[in-house]
Design a protein around this ligand. Structure first.
Ligand SMILES: [Zn+2]
Ligand SMILES: [Zn+2]
Ligand SMILES: [Zn+2]
Length: 149
């Protein structure tokens, strides 16, 4: 199955041993596009999945450049898959995150770069986050009944 290949490929690309738990957590992310909180992930895993393992695995995935943190307005960290160029040396993307106020999902807009921010002299940026809130593509595409032809 495609997804299984993806999972083991991602793990080996980041020099991580394949374990069932890592694959299970990765699988959750590969199945959806939006950013997931701890609770979201737990919900999608089998009952009885060890919480500590989940925390540890998320941390490992963050360190290895498989997942990145997504900050939205909910106060709990969410996580999303990194595409391509991230690794244990660091993350290399500064894309915008979009939170839809209708479906409540937060997504990576991989193609939308955070514009350069001019900081006053003496300030060194390490990490930039930009969250745009609004109505996502799917929600804005849902036609009103009267518009259906
Ligand atoms: Zn990354
Ligand atoms: Zn939406
Ligand atoms: Zn993202």
């Amino acid at each position: 199955m495609k997804e299984t290949t993806d999972r083991s490929e991602i793990l080996s690309k980041h020099s991580l041993r394949n374990t069932d738990r890592r694959e299970a957590i990765l699988g959750v992310f590969l199945r959806g596009d939006s950013a997931l909180s701890h609770a979201d992930i737990e919900q999608r895993l089998d009952d009885g999945f060890d919480r500590v393992t989940l925390y540890r695995t998320l941390k490992t995935f963050l360190d290895k450049g498989i997942l990145h943190k997504v900050l939205d307005d909910e106060g709990t960290p969410k996580y999303a898959l990194c595409k391509e160029s991230c690794g244990s040396a660091g993350h290399h993307h500064e894309h915008v995150h979009f939170k839809c106020t209708q479906c409540g999902l937060t997504n990576c807009l991989e193609d939308v770069q955070i514009p350069a921010v001019q900081l006053p002299r003496g300030y060194q940026p390490l990490d930039v986050n930009l969250l745009v809130q609004g109505v996502c593509q799917l929600c804005s595409r849902k036609p009103e009944k009267s518009e259906l032809s």
